[in-house]
Design a protein around this ligand. Structure first.
Ligand code: WTA
Length: 663
């Protein structure tokens, strides 16, 4: 690395936007950002009405910009539009029609070899979406029906999502790395009618058996003893990996056979602004994942505007967001945001280091990628693998870099800036959540001076504040809870089927404000520094994992009596998952049980939730009221000294009995 700063020196460094970048940017100066931001806060109705009119195509204009009955918001009330129409039809008959909408690169077979590739223009993507939408209709899918999408990172994943939006079906994408149990849980909660999957997907040279996972989900029951067959009528299977799959006649259908039976004429349904668009399940601090509900107009406006201004999208860009479509970043910034802007969005199927650690850099050089949006965990991994990998490739096409998903440490920021951006490319560190639908706190690259490690300032219309336990704003430089004070168009509209939990989780911690679950500090310039989750949610390699979920997966194993899961700092993944487990009487801990439990969690939730460490204890430290003392366990897990008040411990001895990771 050319520069060798300590963290503190980096924190004090300010990077001003380069003049030539600002001159061509959508937002050209800090003053312009401030002016628009102030307008968006002072006259939100006027601001959003203008933006919604300019940015979206409407079938019917709205009557009211915002109907806010806290905590329930309705935006653009009375309006009608269609998301796939805004992403596809809008471009037909323009120069964009023959431009690449999606460039797809499959996982490569061997070192140095490119992967399979496929490019779809806007016109071709429109055609594919119309065909598949007609397949959905043919099988009785109607407005409002839920459809589970469980696909690898292939073009058809975007086609399936857009086809749902075209006919008003509500998609729920499940990350391909999740298990049969996770598929089942999401079907039970959403009452989905159909699953769209593939025979398999490729991951590091192996086939992920998606269809088999779906088959394994069918015999599983919900809390009332209902199997999947109660709601799922059809399973559509994409031929992708070519592996053997079993088919249930009448239920299972091949994608390619189905599209051959329909035509490509499929007008987009007129959808109300507030019609449900998708449900995306994400981990919370208690229970099973929550179904975050997003609706049509507000979400699309948020995804479109943030893509345009944060990534400063231009016609000639080749934009690459490396997220999987199973996460919200893939929804807003691989599919909806870029396509609504007529941009070229690159999709990559494989891992960053397969078959060699230069996959990203090879792809950037091959397609002339201009904008790269990825996660700090990936950046830290690239740093570890060494500068020789990016240095082998021509990265001169890059003009803007972005990060998302977890705090970026200043060292990683500087590496990204120097080795990848060659000190030329602005970095946008974007803070947001599944619930927020789009980016909330972020620099605008032509306008906002950046500092390594902070997401800087709010996007238009967003009013974040750092508050204490009483909900009062704290002075600059003191830590507190991050809340959002006002509603915004792309905010979640609720949790699927659970109004009570929606109110409790987001709106009761600080009454009247949206509680993010993150800790934060504002510096002297008002920049927001996200510290990380302050609830029982962990952020492991940029993935949200609920400790309660992993705990219930562990206790569902017959050998386990009790389990408590906490995070410990990890240099690569941000946080690692440590499980403290007590086994049932008579069972002696050993390595085989440790392996069994880790695999059990992978089977119950998915490999992303596998504990990094399992530590056995005779009993878990508890307060007098029986609550597990997580603070203590966190300290034990991170190897720090035990501090604070331990007098409420029921059994002080218990701490000395906690085994180490390698006993
Ligand atoms: C964390 C991902 C620091 C945060 C889009 C948040 C971040 C959670 C950043 C949401 C960032 C996301 N800096 N932390 N730039 N971006 N986070 O729902 O803790 O998967 O609450 O959405 O990721 O994760 P989610």
């Amino acid at each position: 690395m050319a520069d060798n700063f300590t963290s503190l020196q980096i924190e004090n460094r300010v990077f001003k936007p380069a003049k030539d970048f600002s001159a061509r940017a959508h937002i050209k100066s800090f003053a312009q950002y401030k002016k628009l931001y102030n307008e968006s806060i002072k006259s939100p109705d006027k601001f959003w009405a203008r933006e919604a009119k300019n940015e979206l195509v409407w079938f019917k204009p709205w009557k009211k910009v915002l109907d806010w009955k806290p905590p329930f918001a309705k935006w653009f009330v009375g309006g009608q539009l269609n998301v796939s129409h805004n992403c596809l039809d809008k471009w037909l008959g323009t120069a964009t029609a023959n431009k690449a909408a999606i460039i797809w690169e499959g996982e490569p077979a061997a070192p140095g070899k490119p992967g399979e590739e496929r490019t779809l223009t806007y016109k071709q993507l429109h055609h594919e979406v119309c065909l598949f939408a007609n397949v959905l209709k043919k099988h009785g899918i109607k407005k409002g029906d839920r459809i589970l999408i469980y696909l690898p990172m292939v073009v058809e994943a975007a086609v399936a999502m857009l086809a749902c939006t075209r006919i008003g079906a509500v998609h729920s994408v499940v990350f391909g790395g999740f298990s049969a149990q996770s598929v089942a849980d999401r079907v039970f909660d959403s009452q989905a009618k159909m699953i769209i999957t593939a025979d398999g997907g490729f991951r590091r040279g192996a086939v992920v058996p998606l269809k088999k996972n779906v088959d394994d989900a069918f015999p599983l029951n919900d809390a009332h003893g209902n199997p999947l067959t109660k709601t799922i009528e059809k399973v559509i299977v994409l031929r992708r990996a070519g592996n053997e799959v079993t088919f249930q006649p009448g239920r299972d259908l091949w994608w390619h056979e189905e599209v051959a039976t329909v035509d490509a004429k499929c007008p987009a349904e007129k959808m109300d602004s507030e019609a449900p668009l998708f449900i995306l399940y994400t981990s919370g601090s208690t229970g099973k994942p929550k179904g975050i509900l997003h609706t049509t107009a507000g979400y699309l406006l948020g995804a479109k505007m943030t893509s345009k201004y944060v990534f400063d999208l231009r016609d000639e860009d080749v934009y690459w967001c490396t997220a999987d479509i199973g996460w919200v970043t893939g929804h807003s910034y691989v599919v909806y945001g870029p396509l609504a802007n007529g941009a070229t969005s690159l999709m990559y199927e494989g891992a960053p280091n397969f078959p060699e650690p230069d996959r990203f850099w090879r792809i950037i050089a091959k397609y002339g990628v201009t904008i790269l949006y990825t996660a700090p965990t990936a950046i830290r991994a690239f740093m570890k693998w060494g500068d020789q990998w990016p240095k082998k490739h021509d990265l001169s096409s890059l003009r803007l870099l972005g990060t998302v998903g977890e705090p970026i440490n200043p060292e990683a920021w500087m590496w990204y800036h120097t080795v990848i951006g060659k000190k030329r490319c602005p970095i946008v560190d974007t803070w947001w959540q599944t619930e927020t639908g789009g980016i909330m706190i972020t620099p605008l690259p032509g306008a906002t001076p950046t500092k390594p490690g902070t997401a800087t300032l709010p996007f238009f219309g967003i009013v974040p504040e750092v508050v204490d336990d009483q909900g009062q704003a704290v002075p600059r430089n003191s830590g507190g809870k991050l809340v959002i004070r006002k509603p915004w168009p792309s905010m979640l509209r609720g949790l699927w089927g659970d109004e009570k939990r929606y109110k409790e989780v987001y709106w009761s911690e600080v009454p009247g404000s949206y509680f993010t679950g993150d800790g934060c500090r504002q510096d002297k310039d008002g920049y927001f520094w996200i510290v990380g989750r302050i609830d029982d949610v962990l952020n492991v390699a940029g993935h949200r994992i609920g400790t309660a979920e992993v705990e219930s997966a562990l206790v569902s194993n017959s050998k386990v009596a009790e389990a408590a899961v906490v995070g410990r700092p990890d240099a690569l993944k941000g946080q690692a998952l440590v499980a403290f487990v007590t086994l049932k009487t008579g069972i002696t801990p050993n390595q085989a049980i440790r392996d069994e439990l880790r695999n059990h969690v992978a089977k119950e939730i998915g490999p992303v939730a596998k504990p990094d460490d399992i530590r056995f204890a005779e009993a878990l430290p508890k307060t007098r009221s029986g609550k597990i003392m997580r603070r203590l366990l966190k300290q034990v897990a991170s190897g720090t000294e035990i501090k604070g008040d331990t007098t409420t411990l029921e059994d002080l001895n218990v701490l000395t009995k906690i085994g180490s990771a390698d006993d």
